[in-house]
Design a protein around this ligand. Sequence first.
Ligand code: PLP
Length: 454
Amino acid sequence: MSGTKVLLPESALPERWYNLQADMPNRPQPVLHPGTGQPVGPDDLAPLFPMELILQEVSEAPEIPIPEPVREILQLWRPTPLFRAHRLERALGTKSRIFYKYEGVSPAGSHKPNTAVAQAYYSKQEGRERLATETGAGQWGSALALACRLLGLECKVYMVKVSYHQKPYRRSMMETWGASVVASPSEYTQAGLAILEADPDSPGSLGIAISEAVEDATGREDTAYALGSVLNHVLLHQTVIGQEALAQMELAGAFPDVVVGCVGGGSNFAGLAFPFIREKIAGKEIDVLACEPAACPTLTRGPFAYDFGDTGQLTPLVPMHTLGHDFVPAGIHAGGLRYHGVAPLISQLVLDELVRAEAYAQNDVFATAVTFAGSEGIIPAPESAHAIHGAVLNAMAADDEGVERTILFNLSGHGHFDMGAYDDYLAGRLEDLALPEDEIQRALAAIEPLPKPA
Ligand SMILES: Cc1ncc(COP(=O)(O)O)c(C=O)c1O
């Protein structure tokens, strides 16, 4: 391919989400009620989520129609472009072909609105007036604030304290879309108060912020809880990315040998990768690579176990790779990757060796991000830069082996609100903290008494 961008017309926006649960060799184990140890039923989840989303969570249908009002909003920025990274390839001197799908063109700057719009839509359909959520880097909170604004719902965001201070303009953005934002741990919930009592200087974590948002939503009938990652229905809504990418790669006359994404809870990775994993299950040879930070190495160093999704132990028990629900990752700049667990669907795919994972130190990731910005122009979100780094390492390994590969990665968002992180990197202030095995074992002690997966 000699061109740079592959664009699809609006009419090519997918009409259905792709549900990998219909095709995967082993479906994930059930989510358990922490009190009874039994699988949770729809009624257990009804206070938190609208019923349509609960049904999507357990659906085995291969495809689920996207409601027309959701498609109309997604068309504000979708289909997103696919780029051939000619300039990055030249900068690296690689013989491999590198493509990336760019989700940073959404109004909030990342892939997150793909599910935010769907979740806000179904909540409104069911008569809820308000959504509560957590946000790490601020991308998810911005996405939900936008979706709530467009659909006429109130929005309350518990923002991880370290990000709240690192990224004041993410807060302004959410407030511009009408959301109310507080730093987490906050004094507004019992979960937040308990953390503040134990550690008044807690930097917060996604696990803590989830506890606060869940407590908020269960305490009010008019409120549903919205989660930006991890759950099956969230990953489902992101599959518009991979479906578009499949069509765009075909237009480019190429098919990937390697598909790469960064993993926090797993939604952007799944969004790109799942439609390609369908091809892999059907017999295509594809290396599917999940990239995570060395400071929060859930897939590479965490066991597969039942664990709570949040620090306050308010959620059901989820079968997933985990570092333990009270693991608080170092305050690295990829705030959206600071989560102790990974989506059950992805955890199962790792167990079944359909996906493999690597972990990278943040200074290496930022070095790649700067190379990317200097060749392709786009300044990537620190989270997305993990995927770029994975793709670049792969291209360099191919050159060492004397082979040419076609590599596709997900550029899940831009880094325009992350310039503080770039400042720190450029000034040599970023630390690569080793994560001692002792600390992982300490945190994992908390899941010892919980049920074990079959
Ligand atoms: C730009 C970007 N990429 C990736 C992530 C990680 O989340 P997920 O693994 O659900 O895609 C985030 C989370 O905030 C993000 O903002």
